[in-house]
Design a protein around this ligand. Structure first.
Ligand code: ZN
Length: 220
């Protein structure tokens, strides 16, 4: 099983990301930091409210991040909870009419107190360390493999090859999808190579929430 996820997110993650996946009949998970709406940063132009709305209508999964992209390692659990509440409210105001059930830790940083605080609010929380889940997963810190142009693309392709021999759950994450991507983004060409490799390995492609439901059905 493979899940594609986009963090923050820049507009190219929709037009060159989720829209391209949807052409394969696949849907992605977007971990949205609502406070980044409309800004321009190193990932390019950030999402507009209509992007969130339309991705949601298309069946992509809108999920949580901290509102202002707050680094949880630098904050108290109370601050983190306040940020996630503010983020959820902002996503609702953008037209997301389903609960925000999944979360990604900005920068992948967290600690035991934060995990305990958010475990009551989210069904899963995702980090940024690479790897495949085989038969078990830490729902407070799911592994996630970067889809960045560079050596990370080769690593992603090799993990996909591995899924053919040993099935598991591989979650990818990236930011911008464009020619000349940032250090934390991927070119459309490399993204296309990954899509071809996913098709070749025959994995089911599901957003994180749907993948978890399927796993829970399987493992009880
Ligand atoms: Zn982020």
């Amino acid at each position: 099983m493979v899940s594609f996820t986009f963090d923050d997110f820049p507009r190219t993650a929709r037009y060159q990301g989720g829209d391209i996946l949807a052409m394969q009949g696949w849907r992605a998970t977007y971990y949205v930091a609502a406070g980044l709406m409309g800004i321009e940063n190193h990932h390019g132009q950030s999402f507009h409210a209509t992007d969130v709305q339309q991705l949601h209508e298309c069946g992509h999964e809108i999920s949580g991040h901290t509102y202002s992209h707050l680094d949880c390692a630098q904050s108290t659990p109370e601050q983190v909870i306040a940020e996630t509440k503010r983020n959820t409210a902002a996503l609702k105001a953008m037209g997301v009419d389903t609960p925000i059930e999944h979360f990604a830790w900005p920068y992948g940083t967290t600690n035991a107190a934060h995990k305990a605080a958010l475990a009551k609010r989210f069904k899963s929380m995702r980090g940024v360390s690479s790897g495949v889940h085989y038969g078990k997963a830490d729902l407070n810190l799911l592994k996630s493999t970067p889809l960045f142009s560079g050596p990370e693309t080769d690593e992603a392709l090799s993990l996909l090859q591995g899924l053919k021999k040993k099935p598991g759950w591989l979650i990818f994450f990236t930011h911008d999808v464009r020619a000349n991507p940032s250090k934390w983004g991927i070119s459309g060409r490399d993204f296309g190579r990954v899509i071809a490799a996913v098709k070749d390995c025959g994995a089911d492609v599901l957003p994180v929430g749907k993948a978890l439901e399927k796993l829970e059905g399987h493992y009880g």
